[in-house]
Ligand binder design. Structure first.
Ligand SMILES: Nc1ncnc2c1ncn2[C@@H]1O[C@H](COP(=O)(O)OP(=O)(O)O)[C@@H](O)[C@H]1O
Ligand SMILES: [Mg+2]
Length: 508
């Protein structure tokens, strides 16, 4: 792609004289912070967006890619950030959709299944051909999208932030599939903003910032810190700087907590721990071992089946979310875009939605528009929320900016206990650094913080103590220290080791 410039109708210069190339058989990472112009550049290559000036060459020939149809004819396929599958169709129907094998004038359903299964086998992308999409987990849906592009003859595959929706285990599976694709002669462009992934999967890296290319390097020649610097335009500290701890009294006490799901499965089993003022307690564990339920029960989204939770002297194990919030609990939800925001409301309404019944915003139940505006604008500046204005509708924001609205609301509410669930998932590096610093500032300010994260390095970097969950139970509680290793925690995460109650009591 030579000298590509893209100016959107609203005047945004998304790509500014960009030169980008990829060699046959390589895995090229395309990285940059949210809004850098990565998706736009790749949509141009896939014929989804027109460009203002520049030219595209494929195998040395200038090509005209004015529609995805032409891109597909040229062997270019793209898997988007948001999947585009038909929920009520089976996996096989989705794979062949648009160029179905025929039997007379009908789709040949058996052939569709055969085609899907043989492609899946060839590329190691395991799917259940006859399952409906709406009954299919996210990781498998993504494999369906990849199979779809392969069925259409893609030689060059563009994957736009494919790991944003995946668990660590699913990410490993995807990486394996990508390597296999390349071994079979395909070429892959992999968009991400996670540096660990760049190092792990790519041969070469193109870095973008503010619509321009700021670097083209061989992956082995650069460190994560080097790439971060090119992305952000300044030195970035990937390791956090933690002040010595001033631990206070137990702010939250969780005692023998149990939760049985609607389907009758025990998801939390006799969970007990304290969170102290001035500490970050990290919950580590492979996803799906009860962490989500623990957060939901503690934030009032679900009632505990057994056991007690005290915040200060208030008992909240079976209170609703608003009551729990009034007891001084803040919650950064794992799924911020569905549980964290009201899409049909404005940014201001989302920022102050939890405090409209309190001064200084409401006096005698009347909201002051002036205060709402000034508070909203101050938070938007502090948290770098980019939008047309404080009264812009929430659904006009990018995902990254929506996340920042939730974070701004929860951090500024200044809760006594803050529950942060996967706080940096789907967030770029600059923003991750900011979030980590905010969490540490709250801790240094004497707040109690419960950090639940599937990212073990995040838990180890930030936490004062670490509790490990496995199958709904706490299997170990540790003081964080340089002697504590990921491997050691791994044994507890996999249920290979478990502390005795006496050992656990030492670190409670
Ligand atoms: N359809 C669009 N209309 C107007 N502006 C857009 C559109 N799509 C993206 N942009 C803007 O272009 C810039 C680059 O966006 P994008 O290519 O999505 O970045 P990235 O994928 O790196 O996050 C951003 O400022 C974004 O807001
Ligand atoms: Mg993008």
């Amino acid at each position: 792609m030579r000298d590509i410039t893209k100016i959107y109708p609203n005047g945004v210069v998304a790509n500014d004289d960009v030169n980008f190339s990829v060699e046959r058989g390589e895995i090229r990472a395309l990285v940059g912070e949210n809004g850098a112009g990565k998706s736009t550049l790749m949509k141009i290559l896939y014929g989804l967006e027109s460009f203002t000036s520049g030219a595209i060459y494929l195998d040395g020939q200038r090509v005209d890619i004015s529609s995805p149809h032409k891109a597909i004819d040229l062997g270019i396929g793209m898997v988007h950030q948001n999947f585009m599958l038909v929920p009520s169709f089976t996996i096989a129907q989705n794979v062949v959709l648009g160029s179905e094998p025929r039997k007379g004038s009908f789709m040949d359903a058996d052939a569709a299944i055969r085609i899907t299964e043989s492609l899946a086998k060839e590329y190691g992308l395991e799917v259940e051909a006859t399952a409906r999409i709406d009954a299919t987990p996210v990781g498998m849906r993504q494999r369906v999208e990849i199979l779809k592009t392969l069925y259409r003859g893609a030689d060059l595959l563009i994957l736009d932030e494919p790991t944003a929706v995946l668990t660590p285990q699913e990410t490993d599976d995807l990486f394996e599939a990508v390597r296999r694709l390349v071994n079979q002669g395909k070429t892959v462009i992999f968009i991400t903003h996670k540096l660990v992934e760049v190092k792990e999967i790519s041969d070469t890296v193109t870095v973008m910032r503010h619509g321009k290319v700021t670097g083209n390097v061989a992956t082995k020649d650069v460190s994560e810190v080097d790439i971060a610097r090119m992305m952000v335009g300044r030195d970035v500290f990937l390791q956090v700087d933690k002040a010595p701890q001033q631990r206070g009294k137990a702010k939250a006490r969780v005692e023998h907590l149990g939760y049985i799901s609607e389907t009758g499965r025990p998801m939390l089993r006799d969970v007990s721990f304290n969170v102290y003022e001035g500490e970050i307690l990290g919950i580590a564990g492979v996803e799906g071992n009860g962490q989500t339920e623990l957060v939901e029960v503690m934030s009032g989204l679900k009632p505990a089946t057994t056991g007690e939770i005290y915040v200060g002297d208030r008992q909240v194990a079976r209170k609703n979310a608003r009551q729990v919030r009034r007891a001084g609990v803040g919650h950064i939800p794992e799924d911020r875009l569905t549980n964290g925001v009201a899409l049909e409301a404005t940014i201001a309404e989302n920022l102050v939605v939890d405090r409209y019944y309190r001064p200084p915003i409401a006096h005698a139940s009347i909201m002051s528009p002036r205060v709402i505006r000034s508070q909203s604008e101050a938070l938007m500046a502090e948290f770098d929320i980019r939008a047309a204005g404080y009264d812009a509708p929430m659904d006009s924001l990018s995902g990254g900016n929506m996340q920042k609205v939730v974070l701004a609301r929860e951090f500024s509410a200044d809760p006594a206990l803050l529950i942060a669930a996967q706080p940096t998932r789907g967030v770029d590096i600059g923003a991750s650094e900011f979030i980590h610093n905010q969490l540490l500032a709250k801790r240094d300010d004497g707040k109690a913080i419960l950090l639940v994260s599937a990212d073990l390095s995040e838990v180890m970097n930030l936490s004062d103590r670490i509790a490990v969950m496995y199958k709904g139970k706490i299997t170990g509680v540790f003081q964080n220290s340089p002697d504590l290793t990921e491997e050691e925690l791994g044994f507890y995460m996999l249920g290979i080791k478990e502390q005795t109650p006496e050992e656990m009591a030492q670190n409670m």
